[in-house]
Write a protein that binds this ligand. Structure first.
Ligand code: ZN
Length: 150
């Protein structure tokens, strides 16, 4: 029997079943609510291949969270395909403005801790905004989603 929360993976005996998935009290509120998780992850890197791998990794994480019953918005999944059409991938201020309304309206923030997450200007900003707004921040390791980092 599964004894961990589908969203945060905490282990507690007080799990609630919602649509066939099990959640801790804190995440049950999220699973029942209308809100979405803003899934942050590091992206900017001078090498395009590293950016592409980071994009693939966070898409995999988003897919698994969605399959676990979570509503997810993932800014990198959204912006990586767009930047190939003439938008600078590493223009921080540009993407800050694009992402801000989605971050502001998110119910909670997930952080996919790919290598470099703790020095990513974007991720640090996103965590700071979430904490300031009193939002739950949930940290995921790549292995939570069977992501192997190269
Ligand atoms: Zn939970």
């Amino acid at each position: 029997m599964n004894t961990e929360c589908s969203i945060c993976h905490c282990e507690t005996c007080e799990l609630t079943d919602i649509r066939g998935q099990l959640y801790c009290d804190e995440c049950a509120e999220i699973a029942e609510g209308e809100g979405y998780m803003y899934l942050a992850s590091p992206y900017s890197h001078p090498e395009a291949e590293v950016r592409r791998r980071r994009f693939d990794a966070v898409c995999k994480a988003a897919a698994k969270l969605m399959l676990a019953g979570r509503v997810v918005f993932c800014p990198i999944a959204h912006s990586h395909p767009i930047h190939t059409h003439g938008v600078d991938a590493i223009d921080h201020d540009f993407w800050l403005r694009q992402d801000k309304p989605f971050l502001d309206n998110a119910e909670c923030v997930g952080v996919l801790m790919l290598r470099g997450w703790d020095t990513s200007v974007g991720v640090i900003h996103e965590i700071g905004e979430a904490v300031d707004a009193g939002k739950q921040v949930i940290y995921y390791t790549p292995s939570d989603f069977d992501i192997e980092e190269m």
